[in-house]
Design a protein around this ligand. Structure first.
Ligand code: PLP
Length: 455
């Protein structure tokens, strides 16, 4: 007999995963390697070690180890806020009148307010272990910077954050949370780096973008002794750390013999989605299961749905290696939409390759539709969702409504990556009817796509 499913499926500490799952190791056709932009040869460990911590470079380049043990120090930190709950959205199902069963994995139960802490703590740990003084990074909406600040203060590391200017101005509270944890926060583009000065000259008055903040952070790390750069999404190592989300989700569902039909996540650089789907996709690649996976992105920054699958720079400053991914071009600067964490021009190589192989669907949604879903969700499920997460809510509701029409009783699981307390200016625009749905034209996209590097 099937057990009754509680509103929240909690795991206990002992059920926290012992290892991360490295999805690439399960893929027959691997993502294309990162290339050195000067030689166009695959980047070496030596080259990457100038920018990143050594053990993280090993993880970045490892495409054969299926599982990588989580160090005890990281696991102990995880225990402060994990395992995170998997919630059965009974109230949402009832409000929608759908026969579908809906679950969401909630990653907003920590001060940083999002899943980003899962990788921040791992990256800070390896930096400390290597004896570094500090790390530099970029942050868009501020979630990553907040998470990294928390992680750095825990391990006693210095933390320099370049924050996309539009967010720095729109989200002063985020900035102060970071400073509370001891981080040094600079709006990007800034005059503190050569690349920042160059971008400001070329695009005076720019709102900034994740890409240009990355370039500044890389420069700040490589020009300082004892510093390395760390990144909150896009890279393989970040997907690896985020697999803790999917592993817990799978354990929780298995406790109640639940098999999902559809797994949905929002996709900025692709780390939460890559982490959520990791163990499920691994089973699928081994022929043990058959799921539908859906990546949801903003219509204003549609890398998977309208980008090109090509080698491109990971950053506007063109200092990082080249990655083969669905991209809008590294010079693409999206309109200042209200999901800062999804304003990235590309998509992590693993998800790009899975999409190219037809294993991962993608859809783009408009932001007013996203906020409608966010508000609806807040009213019925109680949680105030982040705009980024609300992209997944939108798609989950749409799938549940399709089930209502067809009468199908599908099981839908989605990632609720974080809370929206720092996004109230965006909610305000929505409530006042002042939110617009800017969608770039093909001509707009062509401008940045035409500047893709020739590989
Ligand atoms: C950063 C962020 C995202 C998007 O990043 P991914 O790397 O694509 O996961 C989604 N939701 C929240 C709340 C975020 O902070």
């Amino acid at each position: 007999m099937k057990k009754d499913i509680p509103y929240k499926i909690y795991l206990d500490e002992t059920e926290l995963p012992q290892s991360w799952l490295n999805l690439r190791a399960f893929m027959k056709q691997k993502p294309a390697p990162l290339l050195n932009p000067d030689t166009l040869q695959p980047v070496t460990k030596e080259e990457l070690s100038h920018v990143f911590c050594e053990e993280l470079v090993d993880q970045e380049l490892d495409e054969t180890s299926k599982f990588i043990p989580i160090p005890d120090e990281v696991r102990n930190f995880y225990k402060m806020y994990r395992p995170s709950p998997l919630v059965r959205a009974y109230c949402l199902e009832k409000a929608l009148g759908t026969p579908a069963h809906i679950y969401y994995k909630f990653e907003g139960n920590n001060t940083s307010g999002s899943h980003k802490l899962n990788s921040a703590i791992a990256q800070a740990y390896y930096a400390k272990k290597q004896g570094l003084k500090g790390v530099t990074t970029e942050t868009g909406a501020g979630q990553w910077g907040t998470a990294l600040s928390m992680a750095c203060s825990y391990f006693g590391l210095d933390c320099k954050v370049f924050m996309v200017k539009v967010s720095y101005e729109q989200k002063p509270f985020r900035r102060e949370v970071m400073r509370t944890y001891g981080a040094d926060v600079t709006p990007s583009p800034s005059t503190t780096t050569a690349i920042g000065r160059k971008i400001l000259e070329e695009f005076p008055g720019t709102n900034g973008s994740l890409g240009c903040a990355i370039s500044e952070a890389v420069e700040a790390a490589t020009s300082r002794e004892g510093y390395r750069y760390v990144l909150g999404s896009v890279l393989n190592q970040v997907l690896l750390h985020q697999s803790v989300i999917g592993l817990e989700t799978k354990t929780a569902l298995e406790k109640y013999d639940v098999t999902p039909d559809i797994i949905i996540g929002c996709a900025g650089g692709g780390s939460n989605l890559g982490g959520l789907i990791a163990p499920f996709m691994a089973d699928q690649l081994e022929g043990k299961a058959n799921y539908r996976f859906i990546a949801v992105e903003p219509a204003s920054c549609p890398s998977l749905t309208r980008g090109k699958y090509a080698y491109d720079f990971c950053d506007t400053g063109r200092v990082c290696p080249l990655a083969k991914m669905y991209t809008l071009g590294s010079s693409f600067i999206p309109s200042p939409n209200h999901a800062g964490g999804l304003r990235y021009h590309g998509m992590t190589t693993t998800l790009s390759e899975l999409h190219a192989q037809g294993l991962l669907e993608a859809r783009a949604v408009e932001q007013t539709k996203v906020f409608e879903a966010a508000e609806y969700f807040a009213r019925v499920e109680g949680i105030l969702p982040a705009p980024e997460s609300s992209h997944a809510i939108r798609a989950a509701i749409d799938e549940a409504l399709k089930c209502k029409e067809s009468g199908e009783k599908k099981t839908i699981v989605f990632g609720l990556t974080g809370t929206g307390y720092f996004d109230m200016m965006s909610y305000e625009k929505f409530h006042d009817g002042k939110m617009s749905d800017y969608i770039p034209t093909d001509e707009d996209l062509q401008v940045s796509l035409s500047k893709l590097p020739k590989v």
